[in-house]
Design a protein around this ligand. Structure first.
Ligand code: AHG
Ligand code: MN
Ligand code: MN
Length: 337
């Protein structure tokens, strides 16, 4: 049977905008530009095996990790698609050490875009899922100088966040604080179509996602929590199943739909200097906004991720994110003395 109402992402964005009386259309334009970049990156990701774009560029990004060519491509594509629209005043990317100003020749807008152009890039050569994560803030400073201050924010100040997942199909999932919506790209018409309306994460899952290879670096609370998940108890539906792709977007997306918990705790080998891996502005805060909008939770173990004020562009935090009951229980283990 034919569905009576096919909603393209553009229609959805416009309809959402109508809910806000004084809206200027600026934000709609911003998201629209982003979908164009997403479609182009999706095309490149899909044909990556066919052209000579795979492999390492030989350069390291600011985190000292090897950058794949597709990271560079996605980064440039997003910058170029977003800089001229007049919606943004500044950008920041996981791949750039410093903020990305809008070139002088283009008008400046009132929004700030922060993004991880290609997440899970170690999976590119294996044809596994990768993604793009984005986060939008309103400009904070006033006057002609637009500075890093506009990017150093608290997650609660986000006006939108989302991701694009390049999987067996390409999807865009986003929130503007009115629930979480998912759109699947129909490649035959080049449109994202509404496929997941008002996504809610189950309050408890049966899946945990963590890099177990790091087990000896975990704090005691995390060790005990993971051991607990592996015990058998039919009442609490244990043992949980381990699912770990190593692409945050892909692990997050699966757990969002099925329920469960993703954990990237700090390396605690030196308890006085715990070392986190995931980035607050590019990864943790946007996904935290989405999960809360879907009824889930995101925590470092000690505090709500959305409450953390960024003090550095490339600040890293522990990330425990997923179904509410699972994250709450983790916090109990983590904070047990
Ligand atoms: P990126 O590809 O943007 O650098 O991010 C990689 C991140 C994230 O996608 C994933 O969850 C995590 O790194 C995996 O890390 P491990 O390989 O240490 O498990
Ligand atoms: Mn990433
Ligand atoms: Mn990345």
């Amino acid at each position: 049977m034919l569905k009576s109402k096919v909603v393209t992402i553009q229609r959805h964005i416009v309809e959402q905008e109508r809910l806000h009386p004084g809206a200027t259309g600026d934000f709609t334009g911003l998201l629209w530009d982003l979908t164009i970049a997403a479609k182009t990156i999706s095309r490149e990701v899909n044909k990556a095996g066919l052209v000579d774009i795979l492999g390492v560029t030989g350069e390291n990004n600011v985190h000292g990790e090897i950058v794949k060519k597709l990271d560079v491509y996605a980064n440039e594509k997003i910058c170029k698609s977003m800089e001229h629209g007049g919606h943004l005043c500044i950008m920041a990317s996981e791949e750039n050490k410093d903020i990305i100003p809008i070139p002088d020749e283009f008008p400046k807008g009132k929004y700030v875009l922060i993004f991880d152009p290609l997440d899970g890039s170690s999976n590119i050569d294996a044809n596994a899922c990768i993604g793009t994560i984005f986060s939008v803030y309103r400009r904070k400073t006033t006057g002609s100088m637009i500075t890093q201050e506009d990017c150093l924010r608290k997650g609660t100040e986000q006006v939108a966040a989302g991701y694009i997942i390049y999987g067996s199909s390409t999807m865009m999932v986003y929130t503007t604080g009115q629930g979480v919506y998912g759109f699947t790209l129909d490649p035959s018409i080049g449109e994202f179509l509404l496929s997941h309306e008002n996504i809610r994460i189950p309050s408890k899952g049966k899946i945990y996602s963590i890099n177990e290879g790091n087990a000896n670096t975990w704090d005691e609370g995390t060790k005990k929590y993971i051991a607990y998940l592996k015990e058998s108890d039919s009442l609490t539906e244990r043992p949980y199943s381990l699912r770990y792709i190593g692409s945050l977007v892909a692990d997050f997306h699966r757990n969002l739909l099925y329920g469960g918990i993703f954990l990237y705790p700090a390396d605690n080998r030196d308890p006085n200097k715990p070392k986190a891996k995931l980035r607050l502005l590019y990864e943790a805060a946007p996904l935290a906004f989405i999960i809360e909008q879907a009824g889930g939770m995101a925590s470092t173990g000690k505090e709500r991720i959305l409450d953390i004020q960024a003090t550095e562009l490339h600040q890293k935090v522990p990330v425990i994110i997923g179904s509410k009951e699972d994250v709450l229980l983790y916090e109990k283990f983590f904070n047990q003395k």
